[in-house]
Design a protein around this ligand. Structure first.
Ligand code: S3P
Length: 453
């Protein structure tokens, strides 16, 4: 057992004797919750946030913004009030900012620090300290920031000392990797720069930062053509506090959604799910595989659209998932792989390079976990082929989660439809994105047991 598993909480999931059934409300979206704290802290006045995701990742972002001068208060469970510092008003934190497991938190906050002239030391857990930071360091350095390691070692990784410029420089930048985190870091830094900051992306990524900057009163425009999207932000912007009702997280909804498809005769309703077009790749794939997903009551919330989903169990067929779909389902590949493992035929997934630099190397974690549970799978540099078991996944294996919440939740879902229980070696990190996961899944009749509880 590795040191990081010393206090691990393994869990097992086994096939339900009854179908999954019921109606649940999905917790707030993680991306929007991070951004609510960050933009609320940068704005003048007070931002009222409702249905915030109170996961460890988001709370770390809230603490970072409070350490730099914002007033961040919980008024009731899920309801928060942020009184911002106003233009460029962040102060240098007195101690290190600890982002835990959160790539989104650290990358976006580093952008905000560059825009607001706040310098500080950024740290994270073992998983985050392995993830590439060069992708934000490169543009933020061009905007005037200096990144240093106290011991002079590789600046691509945390821990990092960020020295912010007194005033950020505007930048025109073409994203080398499709990453909403990189795009957002540049835009947040651009808030403090004179003139226009321009980001171009050839493969559109989630646009929550753009939508929310508009809500807070920034001058920002996006233009889409055959070459992709160009976003122009006018800097030295005055943001004003606002009200945000965080829509339900489609990346969390993915787990009960796929569970309902895989457990025979299930019928589950998931309310209040955000249906942003840059987050819908999973449903597109599942529908191509034969799933029936009813979407009702479409409505607006915080500049986004939400809907209620009803899912009926369906046997699925293999598909080819095109590489261009990756940005719209980047966090959903592990759970899609579980659906593919139960499907009839071979599912070919391509364009998966970014999966190698998530909370774990998700490509190899999925491959190893599936093999440990009797599913035949082929691994390539940025692709995999999953030979589906046509509803007969053997199971019975133990999955190494590598501190990755989505690997843990995905294999627990597969356990609900496997012939023998599936065990994951740790579940503590599920609290980073979906603290209510076990309660919500059990409310739908799922058999999941955490060791020692
Ligand atoms: C996120 C963007 C995605 C995603 C992450 C959240 C965001 O990362 O994987 O969970 O909130 O901007 P990349 O943009 O780096 O792909």
């Amino acid at each position: 057992m590795t040191a990081s598993l010393e206090n691990a909480k393994p869990a097992s999931a086994s096939a339900a004797t009854t179908p999954l059934a019921g109606e649940v409300v999905i917790p707030g979206d993680k991306s929007i919750s991070h951004r609510s704290f960050i933009l609320g802290a940068l704005a003048s006045g007070t931002t009222h946030i409702h249905h915030l995701l109170e996961g460890d990742d988001v709370l770390a972002t809230g603490r970072a913004m409070a350490a730099m001068g914002a007033k961040v208060e919980q008024t009731q469970v899920g309801h928060w009030q942020v009184t911002g510092v106003g233009n460029g008003g962040l102060t240098n934190p007195e101690s290190a900012l600890d982002f835990g497991n959160a790539g989104t938190g650290v990358r976006l906050v580093m952008g905000a620090m560059v825009g607001a002239g706040a310098s500080g030391h950024c740290i994270g857990d073992a998983s985050l300290s392995k993830r590439p930071m060069g992708r934000v360091i490169d543009p933020l350095t061009q905007m005037g920031a200096v990144f240093r390691k106290p011991d002079g070692s590789d600046t691509d990784k945390l821990p990092l000392q960020l020295d912010a410029p007194a005033r950020a420089l505007p930048l025109a930048y073409e994203l080398p990797v499709p990453s909403a985190q990189v795009k957002s870091a540049i835009l947040l830094a651009g808030l403090g720069a004179p003139g226009q900051t321009i980001v171009r992306e050839s493969h559109p990524t989630r646009d929550h930062t753009e939508r929310m900057l508009k809500l807070f009163g920034a001058d920002i425009e996006s233009h889409t053509d055959a070459n992709g999207v160009e976003i122009r932000l006018t800097g030295e912007a005055r943001l004003t506090g606002t009200e945000i009702i965080v829509p339900g997280d489609p990346s969390s909804a993915a787990f009960p959604l796929v569970a309902a498809l895989l457990v025979p005769q299930s019928k589950v309703t998931i309310n209040n799910v955000m249906v942003n077009p840059h987050r819908n790749g999973l449903w597109t794939c599942l529908e191509e595989m034969g799933a029936q997903i009813e979407r009702k009551n479409q409505r607006e919330a915080a500049g986004e659209t939400v809907a209620d989903f009803t899912i009926h169990a369906t046997s699925l067929n293999a598909i080819d998932v095109p590489a261009h779909r990756a940005p719209s389902m980047i966090d959903e590949y592990p759970i899609l792989a579980m659906a593919a493992a139960t499907a009839r035929g071979t599912t070919h997934l391509t364009g998966l390079g970014e999966l190698r630099v998530k909370e774990s190397d998700r490509l190899s974690a999925v491959v190893a976990g599936l093999r440990a549970n009797g599913v035949e799978v082929e691994e390539f540099d940025d692709a995999m082929k999953i030979h589906g078991c046509d509803g007969q996944v053997p199971g019975g294996g133990v999955v190494e989660t590598h501190l990755d919440h989505r690997i843990a939740m995905s294999f627990l879902v597969l356990g609900l439809a496997a012939q023998k229980p599936i065990t994951v070696d740790d579940t503590r990190m599920i609290a980073t994105s979906f603290p209510a996961f076990f309660d919500l899944m059990r409310a739908l009749n799922a058999h999941m047991e955490i060791a020692g509880s």
